[in-house]
Design a protein around this ligand. Structure first.
Ligand code: CP
Ligand code: NVA
Length: 315
């Protein structure tokens, strides 16, 4: 596999199965035995247009544990907030730091950052997708099952950023994924198409449905996310009407999954809204493992994107 040094990570569509598995392998290594100072002297800019707990903290701690300095930049603290173009911000930051991790509303902002910066740009969540979350989810799934093939995951809820990335991540590594969402809230067609294509190669399958029971039956993992994502607050009432009561993970729905099924959520969650409290806080819930794995996968991503490959010794 070619080194990932210098690559952007905007969506997992751009990453092959082999590359995703390499990131997971390095994540496992980092979890067992974190290397210290592997990125000493490097700097990371964290550019956030919306709030974050897990992504921000795991990235800052990951950078710190690798010896990389991180700088948190709230949108409003930069000249960006006063109208300086994204392209100029990207060019200026490229002269100071070695990587930009950005959380933005519109995915096109990430594309523009990547186009105008000379350093890797990592998607720390956009309205379109959340690749860092899916990598942590894959790590968590593998830890529970020891394999991807033959594993079935059901996602019930909004076909949003988390769902788009999960679709592609699962399909690439060979997990059978079923999504049940209300009509009109399907995942992005580009991600469905990429997942269908990837599943042909990996031997997995992709099902987009409007029937939660259809996707949950026999699933080894049942996943959901919020009904109202950041940036969609104006649609709250309309969304609650479209989603409830059918598209939520209740105990009854969860019991239709495989008897040893696990519950997953990227967090933050709304108990009683997209998931029943007894499921999210129940003994089959692995939400804190997912949250922890954000740290190990963040370390692997920074390490692989920022560390130049070792030079081959000439004979
Ligand atoms: N799951 C996730 O990305 O959480 P934060 O919004 O807290 O970063
Ligand atoms: N779909 C959620 C994910 C939060 C981590 C949102 O975009 O708000």
């Amino acid at each position: 596999m070619k080194s990932l040094f210098g690559r952007d990570m905007l969506t997992l569509i751009d990453y092959s199965r082999e590359e995703i598995e390499a990131i997971l392998e390095v994540s496992r290594r980092m979890k067992r035995n974190p290397p210290r100072k592997a990125l000493e002297g490097k700097s990371l800019a964290l550019l956030f247009q919306k709030p974050s707990t897990r992504t921000r903290v795991s990235l800052e701690v990951a950078a710190n544990q690798l010896g990389c300095h991180s700088i948190y930049l709230g949108w409003g603290d930069l000249q960006l907030g006063r109208g300086e173009p994204i392209s100029d911000t990207a060019r200026a930051l490229s002269r100071y730091v070695d990587c930009i991790a950005a959380r933005v509303h519109e995915h096109s902002i990430l594309e523009e950052l990547a186009e105008f910066s000379s350093i890797p740009v990592v998607n720390a969540l956009s309205a379109l997708c959340h690749p860092m979350q899916s990598l942590a989810d894959l790590l968590t799934i593998f830890e529970k099952k020891g394999r991807f093939s033959g594993v079935k995951l059901a996602y019930v809820g909004d076909g949003n950023n988390v769902c788009n990335s999960l679709l592609v991540a699962c399909a690439k590594v060979g997990i059978e994924i079923g999504v049940a969402c209300p009509p009109g809230y399907e995942p992005d067609p580009r991600f469905i198409e990429a997942a269908e294509e990837a599943s042909e190669e990996s031997g997995a399958s992709v099902l987009i449905s409007h029937e939660p029971e259809e996707v949950v039956r026999g699933a080894h993992f049942v996943y959901t996310d919020v009904i109202v994502s950041m940036g969609y607050d104006a649609e709250r009432e309309e969304r609650l009407r479209a989603f409830l009561p059918k598209y939520r993970v209740t105990r009854e729905l969860f019991e239709m999954a495989s008897k040893d099924a696990y519950f997953m959520h990227d967090l933050p969650c709304h108990r009683g809204e997209e998931v029943a409290p007894e499921v999210v806080d129940g003994e089959r819930s692995i939400i804190w493992d997912q949250a922890e794995n954000r740290l190990h996968t963040a370390k692997a991503i920074l390490y692989l994107l920022l560390r130049p490959p070792a030079k081959r010794r000439s004979r």
